[in-house]
Design a protein around this ligand. Sequence first.
Ligand SMILES: Nc1ncnc2c1ncn2[C@@H]1O[C@H](COP(=O)(O)OP(=O)(O)O)[C@@H](O)[C@H]1O
Ligand SMILES: [Mg+2]
Length: 178
Amino acid sequence: MFVSFFNNQFQNNSKLSFQGKDGSVKYLENSVVKSFHPEREQEFKTERDFLTLLTNAKFPNSPKFIKAEGNSITMEKIFGQNLLDFLPAATKEQILWVKEQILKTANNLAKLGVFHNDLNRANIIVVNDTKNAPCKVVFLDFADARKVKSIDTAQLADDMMYKKHLTPILDCFLSKAK
Ligand SMILES: Nc1ncnc2c1ncn2[C@@H]1O[C@H](COP(=O)(O)OP(=O)(O)O)[C@@H](O)[C@H]1O
Ligand SMILES: [Mg+2]
């Protein structure tokens, strides 16, 4: 257990890093460097291209693309709490708000022709404003994203929610929240 903990999270030149089976994420001061294993070249290109597209479109709910080098992408660091951490302590009002924001964000992505395809709790960050109140959600991890043409955006957003059981999970937290 300790071995796996230290394999997964370690202090490296005072920069916290995350090492997963598919690559690693290194946290710098205001950016993160996401590196892909060589056999995930397709995923690297997919994420690089979608982050570039969304950054050029000034999409506010994805990390800004900074640069790509070798098999690594440097992007804006998002400060906030992912849904795994956010949901257990959230109020009903906050969960309803998050649900609405996710749907809105998925719809806005679809309008740009983008389907995230891997919306799970670790890939959605809730960002707070200066008063520490939730102000927006950011989607991470566009490695499995897909281009979509003319689609029914509401239907698409719904499909995305159900694929990773996100809607039922949110509803379960909602029913237990204060
Ligand atoms: N731009 C970012 N800002 C803050 N944290 C990030 C960022 N990108 C990734 N992370 C963190 O690293 C984790 C893994 O990154 P992710 O892109 O989801 O890769 P994968 O799930 O393919 O390993 C995320 O769940 C998140 O905690
Ligand atoms: Mg992920």
